[in-house]
Write a protein that binds this ligand. Structure first.
Ligand code: ATP
Ligand code: MG
Length: 390
């Protein structure tokens, strides 16, 4: 057996009532799936709002620990050392792993958590004993209970005891797939992958759709979106990426419609095609990376005109976020470096010089009356392909 142990502390799901097991099962399913990609055999044991992961002697506990930080529904993740439930074993474990627990710190404190009240020492007594062992081994250390450089946690639980250096923040949110199924409009930009991540973090299973415009947009632009979806799927689970060509739609718009309304007319086509794609896979909400006021097509009026093209609800997780904050989030989830690769997007191929920032739905409908909207949607939908990712 491996003496390392991983503790996953559950977040918001602990507030659930009778349907709690539904959420717990989804967390466990995701944990099991991720552990299959890590060397070694693992076993899971759930008690007291904490999932404990043990590995065999070949288990790569450090990699498993990193992966567990991506599981939605988990508030914190600890990598610790398990031992028998006796003070002697606790002290021996602290001594054995002293360097890992203390590192180069000059100050420390001990935190005792005794949830098994049958254990003969209470938390302050446990801390006092462990503190003595640490000070004996490293006499230069100082105890600082208010602002220590490191904390040594001793947890005495019902079924086991363990020692660790404190948890790292988990992915939080709600378990993958617990909130239903959404379709992400995924462009190659910075915002939409972040929107997809945030929606998945609240429990949505995600499919994605990418609108391309060959030959105006190329293979490299599409590969970039595949790479973004791949990155997202590492965090959010399997993604089916649908691609739809809007080339004919763009050419007809160019030929027949007022250039100032071009972007919004195209967006309304995207939304119609997204809604149809969503229905075909059982998704119930459209997710976009729009942020209020970021560009002309993201003013309140433009968004209202866009919404009017679909019956399905929209989630726009980035709507109130500043670009800087979206960038911070995209770096965190590892999509930023892919997003900034300089490939064209179909929205950027034909951009009006003076886009209308206060569009009126009546005027848009007048433009749409000049073209065969339904036929164009039908023909574009026929170009749909799907790639399974993750
Ligand atoms: P992003 O950084 O996500 O590309 P953006 O700031 O470039 O967003 P727009 O180009 O106006 O903004 O797009 C707004 C939203 O519309 C995107 O976040 C995305 O959800 C969707 N979208 C735009 N272009 C495409 C596309 N080619 N395929 C799929 N969805 C798209
Ligand atoms: Mg874009």
């Amino acid at each position: 057996m491996n003496s390392k142990i991983i503790l996953l502390k559950y977040g918001e799901v602990v507030m659930k009532g009778l349907n709690r097991s539904y959420f717990d099962n989804l967390i466990i399913k995701r944990v099991r799936y991720l552990l299959k990609t890590v060397d070694g055999e693992f076993s899971l044991d759930y008690a007291q709002s904490t999932l404990c992961i043990r590995g065999d002697e070949n288990a790569d506990m450090d990699t498993a620990f990193e992966k567990m930080k991506t599981v939605f529904g988990i508030a914190s993740v600890c990598l610790g050392f398990e031992c028998e439930k006796s003070m002697e074993a606790v002290c021996r474990t602290v001594s054995e792993h002293m360097d890992t627990l203390i590192g180069g710190a000059k100050t420390f404190k001990c935190v005792g958590k005794r949830s098994d009240k049958r254990f003969p020492l209470n938390s302050p007594q446990i801390c006092a004993e462990v503190g003595d062992i640490i000070l004996e081994a490293k006499p230069y250390l100082k105890v600082d209970v208010n602002d220590p450089e490191v904390s040594v946690y001793i947890e005495i639980r019902d079924k086991y005891a363990c020692v660790h250096g404190g948890g790292e923040k988990g992915a939080c949110g709600m378990p993958a797939g617990s909130a239903g199924h959404g379709l992400l409009l995924l462009s190659g930009g910075i915002d939409s992958p972040v929107a997809g991540y945030l929606a998945a973090k609240r429990g949505l299973a995600i499919d994605a759709v990418y609108f391309e415009s060959p030959p105006y947009t190329g293979e490299a632009a599409k590969q970039k979106v595949v790479d973004l979806a791949t990155k997202l799927s590492e965090l959010c689970g399997r993604i089916y990426l649908h691609t739809v060509s809007v080339t004919e739609i763009q050419e007809v718009l160019m030929e027949k419609c007022d250039e100032r309304m071009f972007t919004l007319l195209l967006r309304r086509f995207m939304v119609r095609l997204a809604e149809r794609t969503a229905r075909s896979v059982g998704a119930e909400v459209l997710i976009t990376g729009e942020s209020l006021g970021q560009v002309a097509s993201q003013t309140l009026q433009s968004i209202a005109v866009t919404n009017a093209a679909a019956k399905m609800p929209f989630f726009r997780p980035c709507i109130t976020m500043d670009k800087d904050d979206i960038v911070v989030q995209s770096r965190k989830i590892g999509t930023f470096d892919i997003s900034i690769l300089p490939y064209e997007d179909c929205c950027t191929v034909f951009v009006p010089k003076h886009p209308n920032i206060r569009p009126e739905l009546d005027k848009i409908l007048e433009e749409e009356a000049k073209i065969p909207v339904d036929d164009l949607v039908d023909r574009a939908f026929e170009t749909k392909t799907v790639i399974k990712i993750g």
